[in-house]
Design a protein around this ligand. Structure first.
Ligand code: FPP
Length: 244
C-alpha cells in the first residue's frame, strides 16, 4: 500500500483535516466504467490521503465514507461500498497499526452489517495505543442525527435530575457528539467541485476553513492535499474577532 514513514512535517499543519470524498461516480462515468469502479478507485485515493497526512504531520484525518442518506442509492452500489469498507479494513489494518495510525469510526454503526461492526471494533481495539495519526471513518454518519442524539442524552440527564437545563452549554452538548475526543476540523476539503457540507460535521465546522477542489476523489493525491493546505494557510482565521 505504500504508507511510508513521514519525513517532511509541515511547520504548523492543520490539526484536523476532514474530507468529503466526492466524485467517484463521475470519475467512472467519464471513463465509461460502472460507478462501482469509481468507488474502488476512491479507496485507493483514501490511501493517498492517509499517506499524505502522515508525511505532513497532520494528527487527525476524518473521511466521510458513507452518509446516513447514502442508503437511498441502488442496493448493488450500497453492497459494493460495504464490501469495500470491509476489504479496506482487512487489507490495511496491519500496516496502519505498524505505522502508528489509530483507527476510529463515527456515525450510527448499529445499522451496518454485523461483520463490518465487528471488524470496525477490532480495528479500533488493535490500534487504540497509536497516536501518530487518528484516522476517523464516518460510516452511516449524519450530523443532524448526531446532534439530535446528543440533545436526547442531555434531556435524559435533565430528566434524571443530574443536569440543570441552565447549565446546558456548547461544551456540554459537544461532549455528547461522536467527535467529543477530537479537535474540531481546521480544514474541510470537498472534492469534485460541489460546494456544500451535505450533513457532514455541521456542529464541528463552525469555524472550519472550507476548501473546494475541482479534482474528482479518485484522482486525489498528496499534491491535492498540499494545494488545499496551501489555500488554508492563506486564510485569516478570526473566530469572530478582528485581525491584529
Ligand atoms: C461520493 O462520490 C462518494 C461516496 C458516497 C463513497 C465514498 C467511498 C469511498 C471513497 C470508497 C472507499 C472508502 C473507504 C473509507 C475505504 P459519489 O459516488 O457521490 O460521486 P458522484 O457525485 O460523482 O456520483
Amino acid at each position: 500500500m505504500g504508507i511510508v514513514q513521514s519525513t517532511t512535517f509541515l511547520p504548523d499543519p492543520p490539526a484536523h483535516i476532514a474530507i468529503i470524498m466526492d466524485g467517484n461516480g463521475r470519475w467512472a462515468t467519464r471513463r465509461s466504467l460502472s460507478r462501482l469502479k469509481g468507488h474502488e478507485q476512491g479507496a485507493k485515493a483514501v490511501r493517498e490521503a492517509v499517506k499524505g497526512c502522515r508525511e505532513l504531520g497532520v494528527p487527525y484525518l476524518t473521511l466521510f465514507a458513507f452518509s446516513s442518506e447514502n442508503w437511498k442509492r441502488p442496493e448493488e452500489e450500497v453492497n459494493h461500498l460495504m464490501g469495500l469498507f470491509k476489504f479496506f479494513i482487512k487489507r490495511e489494518l496491519k500496516e496502519l497499526k505498524e505505522v502508528g495510525v489509530r483507527v476510529n469510526f463515527i456515525g450510527d454503526m448499529s445499522r451496518l452489517p454485523e461483520d463490518i461492526q465487528k471488524l470496525a471494533n477490532f480495528a479500533c481495539e488493535e490500534t487504540h495505543e497509536n497516536n501518530d495519526l487518528v484516522l476517523t471513518i464516518a460510516l452511516n454518519y449524519g450530523a443532524q442525527a448526531e446532534i439530535v442524539t446528543a440533545a436526547k442524552l442531555l434531556a435524559e440527564q435533565v430528566k434524571a435530575g443530574n443536569l440543570d437545563p441552565q447549565d446546558i452549554c456548547e461544551e456540554k452538548l459537544a461532549g455528547f457528539l461522536d467527535t467529543s475526543d477530537m479537535p474540531d476540523p481546521d480544514l474541510i476539503i470537498r472534492t469534485s467541485g460541489e460546494k456544500r457540507l451535505s450533513n457532514f460535521l455541521l456542529w464541528q465546522s463552525a469555524y472550519s476553513e472550507l476548501v473546494f477542489l475541482d479534482v474528482l476523489w479518485p484522482d486525489f493525491d498528496k499534491t491535492c492535499l498540499e494545494q488545499a493546505i496551501e489555500e488554508y494557510y492563506g486564510r485569516c482565521r478570526r473566530y469572530g474577532a478582528v485581525s491584529v
